[in-house]
Design a protein around this ligand. Structure first.
Ligand code: TMP
Length: 202
């Protein structure tokens, strides 16, 4: 039987990375991420994260994200699912709709279409959206060595949060929205219970 493809989404500081690892340990799933889940993807991530690339065009960024994703799906995600193992990815094509679409102002439907091409129509079976507010983003970004992604202003992150909210509303069967504010251990159990229920994994 094919594995299930679960993606975690949310803004910086929402706690995705922790909960990706914890759920994966419970489900014995492969952990991966976008951008950067493959060797080729790591190179693309490096270009996009480099703060020296202040002039990276929004469309170039969207296409680099999609290129990373195409490689990721074909090289790693799909073969793993076909081998019967679950995949848990820190971000997915939905991040492009939120960040390049709502955040940078590119056309969301156009992004949806060319990302559909990138993933060959294999979108996540379930999206776990950990919802936090702008204050959590700001807290996370207090650190000194920020990368290019982390140098955006409050308006940008406010648009991205709104984008995730809208995307979740549009596909309620695919999106599980969880409040990111409870303590980690409590949130871990909530996510575990909801994911196993939604995907019928119990
Ligand atoms: P990370 O901090 O979750 O590793 O993600 C890296 C950054 O990349 C984060 O700011 C979100 C951004 N991003 C996009 O802008 N578009 C995308 O499609 C993806 C996957 C990530």
């Amino acid at each position: 039987m094919s594995g299930r493809y679960i993606a975690f989404e949310g803004v910086e500081g929402c706690g995705k990375s922790t909960h990706v690892k914890r759920l994966a340990a419970h489900l014995d799933a492969l952990v991966t991420r976008e951008p950067g889940g493959t060797a080729i993807g790591s190179v693309l991530r490096g270009i996009m994260a480099d703060p020296a690339n202040t002039h990276l065009d929004a469309r170039s960024e969207a296409l680099l994200m999609a290129a990373d994703r195409a490689q990721h799906l074909r090289e790693l995600v799909v073969p793993t699912l076909n081998a019967g193992r679950h995949v848990i990815s820190d971000r997915s094509a939905y991040s492009s709709l939120a960040y390049q679409g709502y955040g940078r102002g590119l056309d969301v439907d156009l992004l949806r279409r060319f990302n559909d091409f990138a993933v060959d129509s294999r979108w996540p079976d379930l999206v776990v959206y950990i919802k936090v507010d702008l204050a959590a983003v700001r807290k996370r970004l207090l650190k000194r060595d920020t990368d290019r992604f982390e140098r955006e202003n409050d308006d940008f992150f406010t648009r991205v949060i709104h984008g995730f909210d809208e995307l979740a509303k549009r596909e309620p069967e695919r999106w599980l929205v969880v409040d990111g504010t409870p303590p980690k251990d409590e949130l871990e159990l909530t996510i575990r219970a909801e994911v196993t229920r939604r995907l019928g994994l119990a």
